[in-house]
Design a protein around this ligand. Structure first.
Ligand SMILES: *[C@@H]1O[C@H](CO)[C@@H](O)[C@H](O)[C@H]1NC(C)=O
Length: 508
């Protein structure tokens, strides 16, 4: 007796059973491919404060779009000045209504002179008359009481949460890489970071939430970029999620006739910063921000770290992280060698001369340039230091950022190419050498270098000078010319002094 052969119906049922088992098996083994997964932060440090995805799913949200004082007992939130020096302010609950900025306070004597916060935001021209023309009036900024706020704003205002950056400057200085990176960003971050005095040397972590948005009420959507297109690289590298609003967006908000309140805003105003003694001394608006107390010595490292990682140098310049990577990937002796190589690479000495010899303006005498290059090549042969002679305009933006981040000594004629010094890693040897036409001097790169804790030397041919023995700013005839003299031997000698006499290298 045999079994009856299976009917086609039974075969079909078995087939369906097997097929569904197969689908379940595939689903279980690859389910992470089919389900949306929450982003994992790459470093455990990042995840300390973020709620788990489950908590996020369970929390129902009511979007807070308004701050209302309809209830008779509700208060109008008053404006608070969190930090302030001329031109740089951190303000909580700053109101904006019909294009005018409002400070709401029942104690107006606690508010600094608004001329040191905000201006008319017009082009900077020389002279007393131009200075007075830039002072704000009540079509720009006003201080009002909570009672007046109720009367003007109605029952409430539209609410913008998080941190906003408000730059009240016209395009005049915004669209230049030096002014963007080494003045505007520098000053903004020096101001904002004064709220976290414990930023570590690695720049991470920080208690500062990233800014949400950046507003330029005086600039249109194209004219914030510079001719070398570096501005957008720096912005998107530092804050990839930050959104920007420009003159048209400001006009939208103005013409709606609706009041807005910013939860926290960092206000930059170039004209207002010019009133500060530090500005008058250094001709740099960011210098005014350094009047704020409390900043961490590593205040800039948050931005630098973001830009350097963006440029593709993940953690490689940070010895310890590189070591972790190698331990995962390699075993035994080969691993140890790789670790040592990574560490020595991280501490390698790199000299970078940014040449302007094809730029057409502010160039060295050609023989002096040639001699400098010969002297630097000698250092390469004798000491084994890496020497790069580069023209910034012939490199990609990412190459420029990566090279600057690895550079120990950066040198060049006074000019925009030196702006990249802000991406160098400050340690006891880090040095900037800037070549001027004899008698000429400007603080632009000198102040910036020192603000990062690095050393700056100016050169007048065969004479080197450094802080505090600095000349006063001066632009003699020849300053912009193409016959700037320089003794390359003196430059090379100073490189040796900077790189060998100091035994202790503090990477802290
Ligand atoms: C505020 O500063 C401006 C500009 O320096 C000055 O003209 C004005 O008198 C000051 N106002 C007060 C109330 O001190």
């Amino acid at each position: 007796m045999g079994f009856a052969p299976p009917t086609p119906r039974e075969i079909l049922l078995i087939f369906l059973l097997l097929a569904s088992l197969y689908v379940i098996f595939i689903w279980e083994t690859h389910r992470e491919k089919f389900l949306p997964v929450p982003f994992q932060s790459s470093s455990p440090k990042d995840s300390v404060q973020s709620p788990t995805s489950q908590q996020q799913e369970q929390e129902l949200q009511v979007y807070q779009t308004r701050v209302s004082w309809e209830h008779p007992k509700a208060q109008v939130p008053q404006t608070r000045i969190i930090a302030h020096v001329p031109g740089w302010s951190i303000i909580d609950h700053l109101y904006i209504f019909k294009g005018v900025v409002y400070i709401v306070s029942d104690v107006p004597s606690s508010i600094p002179n608004v001329s040191a916060i905000y201006s008319k935001g017009i082009d900077i021209e020389l002279g007393r008359e131009a200075e007075l023309a830039r002072l704000p009036d009540d079509t720009d900024i006003r201080v009002i009481s909570t009672r007046e706020a109720r009367r003007s704003f109605g029952k409430g205002v539209q609410f913008l949460d998080g941190v906003t950056i408000l730059v009240n400057d016209p395009p005049q200085f915004v669209r230049h890489y030096y002014h963007w990176a080494a003045e505007l960003f520098f000053g903004l971050w020096r101001t904002y970071s004064s709220l976290d005095p414990s930023i570590p040397a690695s720049g991470r972590p920080t208690s500062l939430p990233p800014p949400r948005r950046m507003w330029f009420p005086r600039v249109d959507a194209f004219r914030w970029r510079d001719y070398s297109f570096m501005n957008q690289y720096i912005l998107r590298a530092s804050f990839p999620a930050l959104t920007m609003e420009f003159i048209d967006d400001w006009d939208d908000r103005r013409t709606m006739g609706v009041p807005w309140v910013l939860e926290r805003v960092v206000v930059a105003d170039r004209s207002a910063a010019m009133g500060a003694l530090n500005y008058q001394r250094y001709q740099r608006t960011a210098a005014s921000a350094f009047g704020l107390g409390r900043g961490s010595a590593s205040w800039w490292m948050v931005i630098r770290g973001n830009v350097v990682r963006f440029a593709g140098m993940e953690e490689e310049e940070e010895g310890s992280v590189a070591v972790d990577e190698f331990e995962d990937e390699e075993e035994g002796e080969a691993g140890a060698v790789a670790v040592a190589e990574a560490a020595s690479k991280a501490n390698a000495i790199v000299i970078t001369y940014i040449s302007r010899q094809e730029w057409g303006r502010r160039m060295l005498i050609q023989q002096d340039h040639d001699k400098l290059v010969r002297e630097l090549r000698k250092l390469e042969r004798v000491y084994g230091w890496e020497v790069n002679v580069v023209m910034a305009e012939k490199m990609t933006r990412l190459e420029q950022l990566r090279l600057a981040a690895r550079t120990t000594i950066m040198m060049g004629v006074h000019g925009n190419g030196l702006t990249n010094l802000v991406w160098m890693k400050p340690n006891a040897r880090s040095t900037v050498m800037e070549f001027f036409y004899p008698g000429g001097f400007a603080h632009d790169y000198e102040y910036t270098t020192r603000a990062l804790g690095m050393t700056h030397y100016g050169f007048w041919n065969d004479v080197a000078f450094t802080s505090p023995d600095l000349p006063l700013p001066s632009y003699p005839e020849g300053f912009q010319g193409n016959s700037i003299p320089l003794d390359g031997e003196v430059v090379a000698a100073l490189c040796i002094q900077r790189l060998t006499l100091e035994e202790e290298v503090d990477d802290g």
